[in-house]
Design a binder for this molecule. Structure first.
Ligand code: AMP
Ligand code: ZN
Length: 466
Protein backbone atom coordinates (compact mmCIF):
# COMPACT_ATOMS: atom_id res chain seq x y z
CA UNK A 1 0.00 0.00 0.00
CA UNK A 2 1.38 3.38 -1.02
CA UNK A 3 0.91 6.53 1.03
CA UNK A 4 1.99 10.00 -0.04
CA UNK A 5 4.23 11.43 2.67
CA UNK A 6 4.52 15.23 2.84
CA UNK A 7 7.81 14.74 4.67
CA UNK A 8 9.48 13.14 1.65
CA UNK A 9 7.17 14.49 -1.08
CA UNK A 10 6.62 11.06 -2.50
CA UNK A 11 4.45 8.00 -2.30
CA UNK A 12 6.00 5.45 0.04
CA UNK A 13 5.22 1.86 0.94
CA UNK A 14 3.22 1.95 4.17
CA UNK A 15 5.14 0.23 6.96
CA UNK A 16 3.66 0.68 10.42
CA UNK A 17 6.01 0.63 13.41
CA UNK A 18 4.23 -2.20 15.16
CA UNK A 19 1.91 -4.07 12.78
CA UNK A 20 -0.96 -4.85 12.86
CA UNK A 21 -1.25 -1.76 15.08
CA UNK A 22 -1.39 1.67 13.48
CA UNK A 23 -1.34 4.94 15.39
CA UNK A 24 -3.01 7.91 13.73
CA UNK A 25 -3.41 11.48 14.98
CA UNK A 26 -5.56 14.06 13.23
CA UNK A 27 -5.58 17.76 14.13
CA UNK A 28 -9.19 18.34 15.00
CA UNK A 29 -11.36 21.41 15.39
CA UNK A 30 -11.04 24.53 17.48
CA UNK A 31 -14.31 24.28 19.36
CA UNK A 32 -15.59 27.87 19.29
CA UNK A 33 -18.23 27.54 16.56
CA UNK A 34 -19.97 24.99 14.32
CA UNK A 35 -17.54 23.43 11.88
CA UNK A 36 -17.88 24.05 8.16
CA UNK A 37 -17.82 21.53 5.32
CA UNK A 38 -14.19 22.44 4.58
CA UNK A 39 -13.24 21.12 8.02
CA UNK A 40 -15.75 18.36 7.29
CA UNK A 41 -13.76 17.30 4.24
CA UNK A 42 -10.62 16.87 6.35
CA UNK A 43 -12.50 14.96 9.06
CA UNK A 44 -14.33 12.67 6.63
CA UNK A 45 -11.25 11.87 4.54
CA UNK A 46 -9.29 11.00 7.67
CA UNK A 47 -12.23 8.79 8.70
CA UNK A 48 -12.05 7.00 5.34
CA UNK A 49 -8.30 6.45 5.62
CA UNK A 50 -8.80 4.97 9.05
CA UNK A 51 -11.64 2.73 7.83
CA UNK A 52 -9.56 1.50 4.90
CA UNK A 53 -6.70 0.60 7.24
CA UNK A 54 -9.22 -1.42 9.26
CA UNK A 55 -10.44 -3.06 6.01
CA UNK A 56 -6.79 -4.07 5.40
CA UNK A 57 -6.72 -5.79 8.77
CA UNK A 58 -4.90 -3.13 10.77
CA UNK A 59 -5.81 -2.34 14.30
CA UNK A 60 -6.01 1.46 14.26
CA UNK A 61 -5.85 3.74 17.27
CA UNK A 62 -7.32 7.00 16.04
CA UNK A 63 -6.89 10.20 18.04
CA UNK A 64 -8.45 13.54 17.13
CA UNK A 65 -7.74 16.47 19.39
CA UNK A 66 -10.08 19.29 20.30
CA UNK A 67 -8.43 22.69 20.63
CA UNK A 68 -10.15 24.26 23.63
CA UNK A 69 -7.80 27.10 24.53
CA UNK A 70 -6.84 29.68 21.93
CA UNK A 71 -7.18 33.37 21.00
CA UNK A 72 -10.31 32.85 18.90
CA UNK A 73 -12.01 31.03 21.77
CA UNK A 74 -11.12 33.76 24.26
CA UNK A 75 -12.32 36.48 21.89
CA UNK A 76 -15.65 34.80 21.20
CA UNK A 77 -16.28 33.97 24.87
CA UNK A 78 -15.66 37.62 25.73
CA UNK A 79 -18.01 38.79 22.98
CA UNK A 80 -20.75 36.53 24.29
CA UNK A 81 -19.99 37.30 27.93
CA UNK A 82 -19.58 33.61 28.82
CA UNK A 83 -16.64 31.65 30.19
CA UNK A 84 -14.35 29.85 27.73
CA UNK A 85 -15.43 26.58 29.34
CA UNK A 86 -19.07 27.27 28.69
CA UNK A 87 -18.34 28.16 25.07
CA UNK A 88 -16.14 25.16 24.34
CA UNK A 89 -18.46 22.65 26.00
CA UNK A 90 -21.34 23.98 23.88
CA UNK A 91 -19.38 23.54 20.65
CA UNK A 92 -17.86 20.25 21.73
CA UNK A 93 -21.41 18.87 21.99
CA UNK A 94 -22.28 20.36 18.59
CA UNK A 95 -19.15 18.82 17.10
CA UNK A 96 -20.06 15.38 18.42
CA UNK A 97 -23.58 15.69 17.02
CA UNK A 98 -22.33 16.82 13.61
CA UNK A 99 -19.69 14.14 13.14
CA UNK A 100 -22.29 11.55 14.05
CA UNK A 101 -24.58 12.97 11.39
CA UNK A 102 -21.62 12.79 9.02
CA UNK A 103 -21.46 9.05 9.82
CA UNK A 104 -17.91 9.32 11.11
CA UNK A 105 -16.63 6.50 13.25
CA UNK A 106 -15.98 8.01 16.70
CA UNK A 107 -12.29 8.51 17.53
CA UNK A 108 -10.73 6.31 20.18
CA UNK A 109 -9.74 9.45 22.08
CA UNK A 110 -10.71 13.12 21.73
CA UNK A 111 -8.06 14.73 23.91
CA UNK A 112 -8.41 18.35 24.94
CA UNK A 113 -5.55 20.76 25.43
CA UNK A 114 -6.80 21.98 28.82
CA UNK A 115 -6.62 18.42 30.16
CA UNK A 116 -2.95 18.00 29.25
CA UNK A 117 -1.26 20.86 31.04
CA UNK A 118 1.19 18.59 32.88
CA UNK A 119 2.29 16.85 29.71
CA UNK A 120 2.68 20.20 27.98
CA UNK A 121 4.76 21.60 30.84
CA UNK A 122 6.94 18.48 30.83
CA UNK A 123 7.88 18.96 27.18
CA UNK A 124 8.60 22.66 27.63
CA UNK A 125 10.74 21.85 30.63
CA UNK A 126 12.70 19.30 28.63
CA UNK A 127 13.27 21.84 25.89
CA UNK A 128 14.34 24.43 28.42
CA UNK A 129 16.79 22.03 30.06
CA UNK A 130 18.31 21.30 26.67
CA UNK A 131 18.68 25.02 26.01
CA UNK A 132 16.21 24.94 23.12
CA UNK A 133 13.43 26.93 24.79
CA UNK A 134 14.03 30.21 26.62
CA UNK A 135 11.94 32.13 29.08
CA UNK A 136 11.57 35.88 28.77
CA UNK A 137 9.59 37.18 31.71
CA UNK A 138 6.94 34.43 31.65
CA UNK A 139 6.82 34.02 27.87
CA UNK A 140 8.63 30.89 26.72
CA UNK A 141 9.87 30.66 23.13
CA UNK A 142 11.26 27.85 21.03
CA UNK A 143 14.67 28.68 19.60
CA UNK A 144 14.29 27.65 15.96
CA UNK A 145 18.00 28.12 15.30
CA UNK A 146 18.76 25.21 17.65
CA UNK A 147 16.92 22.63 15.53
CA UNK A 148 18.72 21.49 12.40
CA UNK A 149 15.73 19.91 10.78
CA UNK A 150 13.60 23.07 10.83
CA UNK A 151 11.78 23.34 7.49
CA UNK A 152 12.02 19.66 6.60
CA UNK A 153 8.27 19.20 6.36
CA UNK A 154 7.26 22.37 4.57
CA UNK A 155 10.44 22.63 2.51
CA UNK A 156 10.87 26.18 3.72
CA UNK A 157 14.37 27.53 4.25
CA UNK A 158 15.03 29.38 7.49
CA UNK A 159 16.86 32.18 5.62
CA UNK A 160 13.81 32.88 3.44
CA UNK A 161 11.52 32.64 6.42
CA UNK A 162 13.62 35.11 8.37
CA UNK A 163 13.35 37.68 5.61
CA UNK A 164 9.57 37.28 5.64
CA UNK A 165 9.34 37.37 9.42
CA UNK A 166 11.22 40.63 9.98
CA UNK A 167 8.07 42.65 9.58
CA UNK A 168 6.80 41.16 12.79
CA UNK A 169 8.93 42.89 15.42
CA UNK A 170 9.02 41.25 18.79
CA UNK A 171 11.77 42.44 21.11
CA UNK A 172 11.47 39.43 23.34
CA UNK A 173 12.44 36.86 20.73
CA UNK A 174 16.05 36.06 19.94
CA UNK A 175 15.11 35.31 16.37
CA UNK A 176 11.95 36.41 14.53
CA UNK A 177 11.17 32.78 13.63
CA UNK A 178 11.06 31.62 17.25
CA UNK A 179 7.55 30.72 18.35
CA UNK A 180 5.66 30.60 21.65
CA UNK A 181 5.41 27.42 23.63
CA UNK A 182 4.06 29.15 26.74
CA UNK A 183 2.26 32.49 26.73
CA UNK A 184 2.09 34.70 29.78
CA UNK A 185 -1.55 35.41 30.59
CA UNK A 186 -2.98 38.81 29.90
CA UNK A 187 -5.66 40.49 32.01
CA UNK A 188 -8.98 38.62 31.80
CA UNK A 189 -7.59 35.56 30.04
CA UNK A 190 -7.86 32.02 31.35
CA UNK A 191 -4.57 30.81 32.78
CA UNK A 192 -2.81 27.85 34.33
CA UNK A 193 -0.11 28.06 36.97
CA UNK A 194 3.31 26.94 35.88
CA UNK A 195 6.97 27.31 36.80
CA UNK A 196 7.07 30.23 34.33
CA UNK A 197 4.13 31.94 36.00
CA UNK A 198 0.46 32.09 35.05
CA UNK A 199 -0.14 31.47 31.40
CA UNK A 200 -1.35 29.11 28.71
CA UNK A 201 0.31 26.90 26.13
CA UNK A 202 1.01 27.77 22.53
CA UNK A 203 -1.14 25.93 20.01
CA UNK A 204 1.62 23.76 18.50
CA UNK A 205 2.87 22.33 21.78
CA UNK A 206 -0.63 21.10 22.60
CA UNK A 207 -0.65 18.67 19.68
CA UNK A 208 2.89 17.47 20.44
CA UNK A 209 1.84 16.68 24.00
CA UNK A 210 -1.45 14.99 23.14
CA UNK A 211 0.01 12.90 20.33
CA UNK A 212 2.84 11.64 22.55
CA UNK A 213 0.55 11.02 25.53
CA UNK A 214 -1.98 8.92 23.64
CA UNK A 215 0.10 7.34 20.89
CA UNK A 216 3.76 7.43 21.96
CA UNK A 217 6.86 9.41 21.02
CA UNK A 218 6.88 8.14 17.44
CA UNK A 219 3.60 7.51 15.67
CA UNK A 220 2.66 6.14 12.26
CA UNK A 221 0.42 8.83 10.75
CA UNK A 222 -0.10 12.47 11.62
CA UNK A 223 -2.67 14.27 9.49
CA UNK A 224 -4.51 17.54 8.97
CA UNK A 225 -5.49 20.08 6.35
CA UNK A 226 -2.88 21.60 4.02
CA UNK A 227 -2.95 24.85 5.98
CA UNK A 228 -1.37 23.06 8.92
CA UNK A 229 1.88 22.06 7.16
CA UNK A 230 3.37 25.38 8.08
CA UNK A 231 3.78 26.52 10.76
CA UNK A 232 1.70 24.12 12.87
CA UNK A 233 3.12 20.76 11.86
CA UNK A 234 6.61 22.10 11.19
CA UNK A 235 6.64 23.43 14.75
CA UNK A 236 5.19 20.25 16.20
CA UNK A 237 8.08 18.33 14.62
CA UNK A 238 10.67 20.80 15.88
CA UNK A 239 9.44 20.69 19.48
CA UNK A 240 8.75 16.99 19.69
CA UNK A 241 11.93 15.80 18.00
CA UNK A 242 14.12 18.21 19.92
CA UNK A 243 12.53 17.02 23.17
CA UNK A 244 12.69 13.26 22.53
CA UNK A 245 15.53 12.91 20.05
CA UNK A 246 13.25 10.67 17.97
CA UNK A 247 11.25 10.99 14.80
CA UNK A 248 7.79 12.33 15.75
CA UNK A 249 5.65 10.84 12.96
CA UNK A 250 6.63 8.57 10.09
CA UNK A 251 3.92 9.60 7.61
CA UNK A 252 2.57 13.13 7.33
CA UNK A 253 -0.69 13.30 5.40
CA UNK A 254 -2.37 16.52 4.30
CA UNK A 255 -5.80 17.17 2.88
CA UNK A 256 -6.49 19.59 0.07
CA UNK A 257 -8.78 22.53 0.71
CA UNK A 258 -12.42 22.63 0.05
CA UNK A 259 -12.78 25.87 -1.89
CA UNK A 260 -15.60 28.14 -2.90
CA UNK A 261 -14.96 30.05 -6.13
CA UNK A 262 -11.37 28.84 -5.93
CA UNK A 263 -10.90 30.37 -2.48
CA UNK A 264 -10.32 28.34 0.66
CA UNK A 265 -13.53 27.92 2.62
CA UNK A 266 -12.85 29.56 5.97
CA UNK A 267 -14.51 31.18 8.91
CA UNK A 268 -12.52 34.36 8.55
CA UNK A 269 -13.48 34.89 4.89
CA UNK A 270 -17.11 34.19 5.70
CA UNK A 271 -17.45 31.99 2.57
CA UNK A 272 -18.55 28.86 4.39
CA UNK A 273 -21.47 26.52 4.87
CA UNK A 274 -21.70 24.80 8.21
CA UNK A 275 -21.83 21.03 8.10
CA UNK A 276 -25.17 21.06 9.91
CA UNK A 277 -26.75 23.40 7.33
CA UNK A 278 -25.71 21.18 4.44
CA UNK A 279 -26.67 18.01 6.33
CA UNK A 280 -30.15 19.46 6.84
CA UNK A 281 -30.51 19.58 3.07
CA UNK A 282 -28.58 16.54 1.87
CA UNK A 283 -27.90 13.10 3.28
CA UNK A 284 -24.42 12.50 4.70
CA UNK A 285 -23.83 9.82 2.06
CA UNK A 286 -24.21 12.38 -0.76
CA UNK A 287 -21.74 14.77 0.85
CA UNK A 288 -19.30 11.96 1.54
CA UNK A 289 -19.62 10.83 -2.06
CA UNK A 290 -18.80 14.37 -3.19
CA UNK A 291 -15.61 14.26 -1.10
CA UNK A 292 -14.76 10.72 -2.20
CA UNK A 293 -14.99 11.64 -5.86
CA UNK A 294 -11.88 13.79 -5.75
CA UNK A 295 -8.45 12.89 -4.48
CA UNK A 296 -7.87 13.82 -0.87
CA UNK A 297 -4.76 15.84 -1.71
CA UNK A 298 -6.35 17.89 -4.49
CA UNK A 299 -8.33 21.06 -3.98
CA UNK A 300 -12.06 20.62 -4.40
CA UNK A 301 -14.32 23.42 -5.50
CA UNK A 302 -17.69 23.17 -3.76
CA UNK A 303 -20.85 24.13 -5.61
CA UNK A 304 -24.56 23.50 -5.48
CA UNK A 305 -24.40 21.62 -8.80
CA UNK A 306 -21.70 19.33 -7.43
CA UNK A 307 -23.65 18.32 -4.34
CA UNK A 308 -26.80 17.83 -6.42
CA UNK A 309 -24.94 15.56 -8.79
CA UNK A 310 -23.46 13.65 -5.81
CA UNK A 311 -27.00 13.26 -4.53
CA UNK A 312 -28.01 11.66 -7.84
CA UNK A 313 -25.06 9.27 -7.60
CA UNK A 314 -26.03 8.41 -4.06
CA UNK A 315 -29.65 7.74 -5.18
CA UNK A 316 -28.34 5.27 -7.77
CA UNK A 317 -26.44 3.34 -5.10
CA UNK A 318 -29.41 3.36 -2.72
CA UNK A 319 -31.76 2.16 -5.42
CA UNK A 320 -29.55 -0.78 -6.17
CA UNK A 321 -29.35 -1.66 -2.47
CA UNK A 322 -33.16 -1.45 -2.14
CA UNK A 323 -33.52 -3.75 -5.12
CA UNK A 324 -31.00 -6.24 -3.72
CA UNK A 325 -32.69 -6.25 -0.31
CA UNK A 326 -36.06 -6.82 -1.94
CA UNK A 327 -34.89 -9.67 -4.16
CA UNK A 328 -32.67 -11.50 -1.69
CA UNK A 329 -35.47 -13.73 -0.36
CA UNK A 330 -35.94 -15.46 -3.72
CA UNK A 331 -34.13 -18.61 -2.75
CA UNK A 332 -34.42 -20.82 -5.81
CA UNK A 333 -33.17 -19.69 -9.15
CA UNK A 334 -30.27 -19.99 -11.46
CA UNK A 335 -26.72 -19.24 -10.43
CA UNK A 336 -25.15 -16.27 -12.17
CA UNK A 337 -21.51 -16.20 -13.01
CA UNK A 338 -20.08 -12.98 -11.66
CA UNK A 339 -16.53 -12.36 -10.51
CA UNK A 340 -16.92 -10.63 -7.14
CA UNK A 341 -13.27 -11.22 -6.27
CA UNK A 342 -12.23 -9.12 -9.23
CA UNK A 343 -14.31 -6.23 -7.84
CA UNK A 344 -12.60 -6.49 -4.45
CA UNK A 345 -9.27 -6.52 -6.23
CA UNK A 346 -10.08 -3.40 -8.25
CA UNK A 347 -11.34 -1.60 -5.18
CA UNK A 348 -8.22 -2.48 -3.18
CA UNK A 349 -5.91 -1.55 -6.05
CA UNK A 350 -7.43 1.91 -6.15
CA UNK A 351 -7.29 2.42 -2.40
CA UNK A 352 -3.78 0.96 -2.12
CA UNK A 353 -2.58 3.68 -4.44
CA UNK A 354 -2.50 6.48 -1.88
CA UNK A 355 -6.23 6.16 -1.12
CA UNK A 356 -7.47 6.88 -4.61
CA UNK A 357 -11.08 7.13 -3.49
CA UNK A 358 -12.38 8.56 -6.77
CA UNK A 359 -11.10 5.46 -8.57
CA UNK A 360 -12.59 3.29 -5.82
CA UNK A 361 -15.95 5.04 -6.28
CA UNK A 362 -15.69 4.45 -10.05
CA UNK A 363 -15.26 0.73 -9.32
CA UNK A 364 -18.44 0.81 -7.22
CA UNK A 365 -20.42 2.64 -9.91
CA UNK A 366 -19.23 0.21 -12.61
CA UNK A 367 -20.28 -2.61 -10.31
CA UNK A 368 -23.70 -0.97 -9.80
CA UNK A 369 -24.23 -0.75 -13.57
CA UNK A 370 -23.21 -4.38 -14.12
CA UNK A 371 -25.36 -5.75 -11.31
CA UNK A 372 -28.39 -3.75 -12.45
CA UNK A 373 -27.91 -5.12 -15.96
CA UNK A 374 -27.70 -8.72 -14.70
CA UNK A 375 -30.90 -8.27 -12.70
CA UNK A 376 -32.73 -6.80 -15.71
CA UNK A 377 -31.53 -9.50 -18.09
CA UNK A 378 -32.21 -12.51 -15.86
CA UNK A 379 -35.56 -13.05 -14.25
CA UNK A 380 -34.82 -15.86 -11.89
CA UNK A 381 -31.54 -15.36 -10.06
CA UNK A 382 -30.32 -17.42 -7.14
CA UNK A 383 -30.18 -15.51 -3.87
CA UNK A 384 -26.45 -16.25 -3.58
CA UNK A 385 -25.84 -13.55 -6.18
CA UNK A 386 -27.78 -10.98 -4.14
CA UNK A 387 -25.99 -12.00 -0.97
CA UNK A 388 -22.59 -11.54 -2.55
CA UNK A 389 -23.53 -8.23 -4.15
CA UNK A 390 -24.76 -6.98 -0.77
CA UNK A 391 -21.60 -8.19 0.94
CA UNK A 392 -19.38 -6.39 -1.55
CA UNK A 393 -21.25 -3.11 -1.14
CA UNK A 394 -21.28 -3.49 2.64
CA UNK A 395 -17.54 -4.13 2.82
CA UNK A 396 -16.57 -1.28 0.51
CA UNK A 397 -19.19 1.46 0.03
CA UNK A 398 -20.68 1.08 3.51
CA UNK A 399 -17.75 0.13 5.75
CA UNK A 400 -14.88 1.98 4.06
CA UNK A 401 -16.24 4.93 2.11
CA UNK A 402 -19.46 5.43 4.08
CA UNK A 403 -21.36 6.36 0.91
CA UNK A 404 -24.13 3.83 1.59
CA UNK A 405 -25.86 3.36 4.93
CA UNK A 406 -27.15 -0.21 5.00
CA UNK A 407 -28.64 0.07 8.48
CA UNK A 408 -30.78 2.95 7.34
CA UNK A 409 -31.85 1.21 4.13
CA UNK A 410 -32.58 -2.09 5.87
CA UNK A 411 -34.84 -0.26 8.29
CA UNK A 412 -36.81 1.47 5.59
CA UNK A 413 -40.26 0.08 5.00
CA UNK A 414 -39.96 -2.43 2.14
CA UNK A 415 -40.44 0.31 -0.39
CA UNK A 416 -43.33 1.38 1.78
CA UNK A 417 -45.69 -0.81 -0.16
CA UNK A 418 -49.13 0.45 0.82
CA UNK A 419 -50.87 -2.91 0.49
CA UNK A 420 -48.35 -4.49 2.83
CA UNK A 421 -48.77 -1.75 5.44
CA UNK A 422 -52.56 -2.08 5.32
CA UNK A 423 -52.22 -5.85 5.78
CA UNK A 424 -50.08 -5.25 8.87
CA UNK A 425 -52.66 -2.81 10.26
CA UNK A 426 -55.37 -5.37 9.64
CA UNK A 427 -53.31 -8.06 11.41
CA UNK A 428 -52.88 -5.76 14.40
CA UNK A 429 -56.62 -5.04 14.58
CA UNK A 430 -57.23 -8.76 14.46
CA UNK A 431 -54.74 -9.30 17.30
CA UNK A 432 -56.46 -6.61 19.37
CA UNK A 433 -59.86 -8.17 18.70
CA UNK A 434 -58.42 -11.41 20.05
CA UNK A 435 -57.01 -9.52 23.04
CA UNK A 436 -53.53 -10.55 21.94
CA UNK A 437 -52.02 -7.26 23.14
CA UNK A 438 -48.49 -8.55 22.90
CA UNK A 439 -48.76 -9.32 19.20
CA UNK A 440 -50.57 -6.04 18.56
CA UNK A 441 -47.72 -4.13 20.20
CA UNK A 442 -45.12 -6.09 18.29
CA UNK A 443 -46.75 -5.18 15.00
CA UNK A 444 -46.94 -1.51 15.99
CA UNK A 445 -43.28 -1.49 17.08
CA UNK A 446 -42.03 -3.28 14.02
CA UNK A 447 -43.85 -0.77 11.79
CA UNK A 448 -42.38 2.06 13.84
CA UNK A 449 -38.87 0.72 13.26
CA UNK A 450 -39.59 0.78 9.55
CA UNK A 451 -40.58 4.43 9.75
CA UNK A 452 -44.35 4.02 9.95
CA UNK A 453 -46.35 5.56 12.75
CA UNK A 454 -49.85 4.28 13.47
CA UNK A 455 -52.59 6.58 14.67
CA UNK A 456 -55.68 5.08 16.27
CA UNK A 457 -58.94 7.00 16.34
CA UNK A 458 -62.65 6.19 16.64
CA UNK A 459 -62.95 5.86 12.89
CA UNK A 460 -60.09 3.35 12.64
CA UNK A 461 -56.32 3.21 12.30
CA UNK A 462 -54.38 5.39 9.89
CA UNK A 463 -50.64 5.63 9.34
CA UNK A 464 -48.04 8.23 8.51
CA UNK A 465 -44.38 8.05 7.59
CA UNK A 466 -41.73 9.30 10.01
P1 AMP B 1 -9.74 24.46 12.56
O1 AMP B 1 -10.97 24.24 13.37
O2 AMP B 1 -9.77 25.71 11.75
O3 AMP B 1 -8.49 24.33 13.39
O4 AMP B 1 -9.66 23.31 11.46
C1 AMP B 1 -9.86 21.93 11.72
C2 AMP B 1 -9.28 21.10 10.57
O5 AMP B 1 -9.92 21.44 9.32
C3 AMP B 1 -7.78 21.31 10.33
O6 AMP B 1 -7.19 20.05 10.08
C4 AMP B 1 -7.73 22.21 9.11
O7 AMP B 1 -6.55 22.04 8.39
C5 AMP B 1 -8.93 21.74 8.32
N1 AMP B 1 -9.49 22.75 7.38
C6 AMP B 1 -9.78 24.05 7.65
N2 AMP B 1 -10.31 24.67 6.55
C7 AMP B 1 -10.35 23.73 5.56
C8 AMP B 1 -10.81 23.72 4.19
N3 AMP B 1 -11.33 24.80 3.60
N4 AMP B 1 -10.71 22.57 3.49
C9 AMP B 1 -10.20 21.45 4.07
N5 AMP B 1 -9.75 21.38 5.35
C10 AMP B 1 -9.84 22.49 6.10
ZN1 ZN C 1 -2.47 19.96 15.63
Amino acid sequence: MLVYNTLTNKKEEFKPINPPNVSMYVCGPTIYDYFHIGNGRTFVMSDIIRRYLIFKGYNVKFVMNLTDVDDKIIRKANEEGVSTNELTSRYEKAFMTDIKRFKMKPADVYPKATEHMHEIEDIIEKLENKGIAYNVDGNVFYDVGKFNGYGKLSGKKTDDLELGARVEINDEKKNPLDFSVWKKSKEGEPYWESKWGNGRPGWHIECSAMSMKHLGETIDIHAGGNDLIFPHHENEIAQSEAATGRQFANYWMHFGFLNIDKQKMSKSLGNFFTARDILDQFPAEALRLLFVQSHYRSPLNFSKELIESAQKGSDKLNNLVRLLLKEIDKKEGKLVNYDFNRQYKLFAEAMDDDFNTSQAAAVIFDFTREVNKIIVENDNINSKFYEEAIKFLKDTANDVLGIIDFVQLENEAPNLDEGWILDEIEARLQAKAEKNWKLADEIRNSLFEKGIILEDSKSGTTYKKK
